[in-house]
Design a protein around this ligand. Sequence first.
Ligand code: PGA
Length: 251
Amino acid sequence: MRTPVVAANWKMHKTQTEARQFLADFLPRARDLAGVEIVICPPFTALAAVAEGLKGSQVGLGAQNMSDQPSGAFTGEVSGAMLVDAGCKYVILGHSERRRLFGESDQVVGAKVRAALEHNLTPILCIGETLEEQQAGQADAVNRRQLLAGLEGLTAEQVAGLIIAYEPVWAIGTGKNCDPGDAQARIAAVRAVVAETFGADAAARVRIQYGGSVKPANMASYMAQPDIDGALVGGASLDPASFAAICEAAR
Ligand code: PGA
């Protein structure tokens, strides 16, 4: 049995004060959520405040990006060792906003995944097709390409332990969430690529989230799908009550 994992991607939202206010409201609601792995990914500047606030709770801390380099003259970048030092256990990598707005290639994302694993951070590797690619019938092919580049050079054991997030770009922040049956079909295809490349055991163990306009009202319909193991949540994770309701639906 795969434990469902629900991750909050706060993107460029929340100061330290706002992050503390979120936790004060969210953590009491999350107390009874045994059986779901919960992760909060604040911006870098709020990592320390959230790490402090999460002490003694079961909720994990993640970052939204990291450098593929260990240290050096890389102005504006943050290394894996720095994330570990800040209390992170997870890191979102290859989010479509990083790929589209900041030019991250499939190969760069793969290098980041390898660097994260060197620091024992659990990557949340994001993949997903654009609207044009979906309309051209290329969704599975795009996912395969992004997935294989993202997992390049890994062992089956490493793949089994990471998290993949299937996020169709057209569903992110649009309110147009993917039909749950379609998400299941895409994610089953992703799992089949893992099986073909890394073996049946890795495919059975790797957790694959759906992401893109997940809300309390639609979360259960994703969880009802056999291959969907949780969600990566943007907008609806900013509100403590709505994120708690999504976590509850994952149970
Ligand atoms: P959304 O974002 O939930 O606001 O659609 C999801 C994401 O970008 O991870």
